[in-house]
Design a protein around this ligand. Sequence first.
Ligand SMILES: NC(=O)c1ccc[n+]([C@@H]2O[C@H](COP(=O)([O-])OP(=O)(O)OC[C@H]3O[C@@H](n4cnc5c(N)ncnc54)[C@H](OP(=O)(O)O)[C@@H]3O)[C@@H](O)[C@H]2O)c1
Length: 270
Amino acid sequence: MYALRDKVIIVTGASSGIGLASARQFGSEGARVVMAARSFDRMQSLAPSVADSDHVLCVRCDVSREEDCRALVEAAVARWGRIDVLVNNAGVSMRAMFRDLDLAVLHRLMDVNYWGTVYCTKYALPYLLSSKGIVVGVTSIAGYSALPARTGYSSSKFAIRGFLDALRIEHLKDGLSVLVFAPGYTASNVRRSALAADGTPQGDTPLEEGRLMSAERCARLLSRSLHRRRSRTVVTPLGHASVWTRRLFPRLMDRLTFNYLSREAGSPFK
Ligand SMILES: NC(=O)c1ccc[n+]([C@@H]2O[C@H](COP(=O)([O-])OP(=O)(O)OC[C@H]3O[C@@H](n4cnc5c(N)ncnc54)[C@H](OP(=O)(O)O)[C@@H]3O)[C@@H](O)[C@H]2O)c1
């Protein structure tokens, strides 16, 4: 088992939702946690709930900026001299039909979700190779089975999976583990901050967040995947059903997905 005690773990998007819950989970297991996000003051106020001050570091980082990602890795190494696990979790979603979409929204999603993962992985990789550590991409079921009105989100998550699967094979003999971790619906802020056609946050969620999997449970499953050095984890029963139905019955899955999401509150297609 890969124990997290005293491991140095970077979590991007640690100011909210799955990232914050993961930081707390890792902290509770004795890891040294580097929290990264744009909301620095918020992270500072949350840090005591993650770990004692000698086991937590907050770094302001916009993952869409390459120089921020380089500085994040440098800050972790300056503090603890090593990196064992990088969790590329920072992400943003969207909801709009492609025909209505300002292309800047697609660029933004690729910049944060895909390029953020690439930049952080690029700068952390030498340290992860020397510690025989783990790089994680928090993708989505939408990275296995595409979702309508989420063209930018689905394509960014497919891209992360392709990138990480290729990286895993490149380093198959080097002791590096690469985990594609795909949550299903999880209670968080992701739907409220999702971008509308013009790039503004939609500000509301079409789901009853309280009925979804909790971010804490998602974080425990992520931790378990790290313990086992897994390559792939798909979370939630609906997530598993979606991935397998997509694989076995792709045309049926198109129709099921259309019907399911067209019934969502405020759906842009009917
Ligand atoms: N919740 C779900 O149902 C679900 C399902 C599948 C996959 N996911 C994935 O899970 C990950 C975490 O999302 P969540 O559900 O926990 O949503 P969330 O509560 O909205 O958290 C998103 C996190 O990403 C950070 N972030 C956004 N833009 C950033 C940027 N440019 N640079 C650095 N950090 C940035 C946010 O922090 P700041 O705003 O402070 O920067 C925040 O900490 C995302 O990759 C999401 O796609 C979520």
